[in-house]
Structures are given as structure tokens and as C-alpha cells.
Write a protein that binds this ligand. Structure first.
Ligand code: SF4
Length: 396
């Protein structure tokens, strides 16, 4: 039996199940626009919510989203894929009062986020299409907890979000398509909309709990026995180290814990005695190994056992680099979010894994981290590494 029983982790209070209050006093945009606090428009028959950036001059004058020049681009693209914007969708914006001169103040996205979240809660859409950077910052900035960056990082993705239980599909803002005056961006935009509308239902019938898949074992002998059993099946095994610095070259460099996963569950354990020895056998064996950033695990394995990982079969990070040329998309945390809706499970351990100084030879505080948090994080890592491999080879 594990000494720790994995329980529910605190989710950081980011759920959208609570009603929130917009900060109109601090924002003040309602004082300068004609249509104040523009309402949702559309019948939403296909349960799709489209969120743009902010009302333009025409929208402000008429009092409806997507009726100006950019809106006509969106309507044309929707028509091409058999969608009637006003009947099939709800239309809304990340900032619902027109900013003067169409300059989008970054602070207004934060001030107005409550309106976006309350609207999602009220409409309960199956799909949420985000047009441009402002709605990405508003919604993804809320559910993912990290700085999401701009739309280029996200365009074309279909994210199976857990809360809300909706597909989040970011794409370019039609104003960008309008300015490009080129057929190619319009085709890309239309295709991304087509793929979003083609998604069926909601992403989850039952919300996944990746932490429940992790068994944390503090008894070295038991951890070693479980590793040997896992090895005996000969199935590919994902593994992950947590270390006190990035590079293993310094004499102070230490592995704190490790985890292994062969698909259904993950085993996380401290790096000591018999468990370490059993890992040595596994890493020397021909059992196929899965990792995420193989060179990191390889270097640490060489330091620990004097040889590289045998039969390293798959590296999720390398694969992601090949599949997607964009920057900022290759980390396991990013892929775990966009592929499986896993939000930032690193939050409880983040402060312990960051070094004060730059460079891979600077120590972090991994040995000060609460053991339960560290093992849980490490276990989820190898569990998701295995899932990335499984998905990329075409399995669910
Ligand atoms: S943009 Fe949003 S937060 Fe700002 S005043 Fe209008 S409703 Fe309030």
C-alpha cells in the first residue's frame, strides 16, 4: 500500500463556477462608447460561442458584434462552411465597450474578464472560438494560469478544456485576415473555423483527474518490486526525474525522485536505495523507454549509472518540435494542456523547481518541496508523457 494516499489537489481557485464581478470603475471604457456593455448576440443553435476582441466603430454604432468590415470577413468564412453566424452561434467580445481609437488596453482584458466568464457560465457552450489575442489572454489566461502570449502560439488548436467543459478553439482575428488582403490567410482562417465546428459535443463525459492515476510509494523495497513488475510486461515505459539542478555536471547535482508509467497508472518514488537500483536495471534493459526531452534524462542516467538510457524509443519534445514549428509550444505542460486539458499541475511545486540564478548548474529547492506535492507532480509528468506518445501513435 502507498504511504501517501493521493487526494484532491487544490486547483488554485480558478474554476469558473463562481459568478464574478467586472471592474468597470477601474476600466472606464463604458464612459466613452455609444453602446455600453454590449450584450451577447445570436441564437446559439449549435452551442458555439465566438469571442472577438472588442467592438469597432460600426459595432458600437449599431449595438451588435461582428457587423463591421472584420465581421463581414467572419460572416463570409462562416457561410463558406455552412454556418449562419447569428442563428448557429452566440457572438461576444473579450472587451465589451468600444476602446477609443480601437486601441485595446491590456488592462481592460483583465477588467472585463468577469463578463466573459459569466457569459460562458450562463450559455454553457460546447465550443468556444477565440478570435485573436485579446480573447486568448482573457479565457486561456484564466484557465491555464500561465501567460498565454499571443494568438500565433494558439491558432488552429482545439483544446479539450476541463473547466469549462468546452472545446476552446483559438484562431486569427478577422481584422488580421482583412489587412493581409491575401487568399492564403483567409483559407487558413476558414479551415480553422471548419475544424472547430466539426468537433462533436463536449470534450469530456467525465472530467479527467490525472492525479488519481499516480501512486506515491515511500517504501523503497515496494517501489523496486513495482518497477520490476512493470518491466516484466515489456511494454513501453515513460519515466521522469526531478533533480536539484538542470545539468548533472556539478558534484552537488542530485536526483530527488523519479516516476514511471506504462499507461494506466504512474508510480512515483524517492531516488534512493532499492528503488534506484531497480531503475538502474530498467534503464539498462531493452524495455522501450519514453521521455520528454531525452537529452536531460540521458545525461542524468549517464551520471548515475555510467551508461545512457537503453532503447530510448520516443521523445515527446523532439516529436513536438517536428510537428509544430512555433516557439513556446513544446513543453510538456503546454502539450498536456492543449492535448488533454490538463491545467497547470506544476503550480504547487513551481517555486521549488526554479533556481535563483540562470544556468543549469544552479541549485533549486527541490529537497525543500513537500514530498507529496513533488511525487504527485513527478508522477503526473510521466503519466502524461506516456499519453502524449500514445496519442501521437494514433491511440486514444
Ligand atoms: S469594457 Fe468591460 S470592464 Fe470595461 S467598462 Fe466596459 S464592461 Fe466594464
Amino acid at each position: 500500500m502507498p504511504l501517501f494516499t493521493p487526494g484532491e489537489m487544490a486547483k488554485g481557485g480558478k474554476s469558473i463556477s463562481l459568478s464574478l464581478v467586472p471592474k468597470c470603475g477601474a476600466c472606464g471604457l463604458h464612459k466613452t462608447c455609444k453602446t455600453k456593455k454590449m450584450k451577447v448576440f445570436g441564437k446559439g443553435r449549435r452551442k458555439v460561442l465566438i469571442i472577438g476582441e472588442a467592438p469597432g466603430a460600426t459595432e458600437d454604432a449599431i449595438g451588435r458584434p461582428f457587423v463591421g468590415d472584420s465581421g463581414q470577413i467572419l460572416r463570409t468564412a462562416c457561410k463558406q462552411i455552412g454556418v449562419n453566424l447569428d442563428d448557429d452561434c452566440w457572438s461576444y467580445n473579450a472587451i465589451i465597450c468600444r476602446p477609443p481609437g480601437n486601441e485595446l488596453p491590456e488592462s481592460a482584458i483583465d477588467h472585463c474578464r468577469a463578463n466573459v466568464l459569466n457569459t460562458i457560465k450562463e450559455l454553457d457552450p460546447e465550443k468556444i472560438i477565440l478570435l485573436g489575442t485579446a480573447p486568448v489572454k482573457s479565457l486561456i489566461g484564466h484557465v491555464w494560469k500561465e501567460d498565454p502570449g499571443g494568438i500565433t502560439r494558439w491558432a488552429g488548436m482545439q483544446i479539450p478544456a476541463v473547466d469549462p467543459n468546452s472545446w476552446i478553439c483559438p484562431t486569427y482575428h478577422p481584422a488580421f485576415i482583412l489587412r493581409a488582403r491575401d487568399e492564403v490567410p483567409m483559407r487558413i482562417f476558414t479551415n480553422q473555423l471548419r475544424k472547430a465546428f466539426a468537433l462533436e459535443g463536449r470534450p469530456w463525459t467525465k472530467a479527467p483527474d490525472y492525479e488519481k492515476a499516480v501512486r506515491m510509494e515511500l517504501d523503497d523495497a515496494k517501489a523496486a518490486a513495482s518497477i520490476r513488475v512493470m518491466m516484466s510486461f515489456g511494454k513501453p515505459i515513460a519515466f521522469d526525474y526531478e533533480t536539484n539542478m538542470i545539468k548533472p555536471d556539478s558534484q552537488d547535482a542530485r536526483i530527488a525522485c523519479c516516476s514511471v508509467s506504462s499507461g494506466d497508472t504512474a508510480l512515483a518514488f524517492l531516488w534512493r536505495k532499492e528503488a534506484r537500483k531497480a531503475m538502474g536495471c530498467l534503464l539498462k534493459s531493452q524495455v522501450p523507454k519514453i521521455g520528454y526531452n531525452m537529452k536531460f534524462e540521458d545525461r542524468w542516467t549517464i551520471r548515475e549509472f555510467g551508461h545512457a538510457v537503453r532503447n530510448f524509443m520516443y521523445d515527446g519534445m523532439l516529436d513536438t518540435h517536428v510537428l509544430d514549428y512555433r516557439t513556446g509550444v513544446c513543453s510538456l505542460k503546454f502539450q498536456a494542456f492543449v492535448l488533454f486539458g490538463a491545467d497547470d499541475y506544476a503550480e504547487p511545486v513551481k517555486e521549488y523547481l526554479q533556481s535563483k540564478e540562470d544556468g543549469g548548474n544552479s541549485k533549486n529547492r527541490v529537497f525543500d518541496c513537500p514530498v507529496r506535492d513533488l511525487l504527485l507532480y513527478c508522477g503526473v509528468d510521466s503519466f502524461l508523457e506516456w499519453k502524449v506518445w500514445n496519442l501521437r501513435r494514433g491511440k486514444k
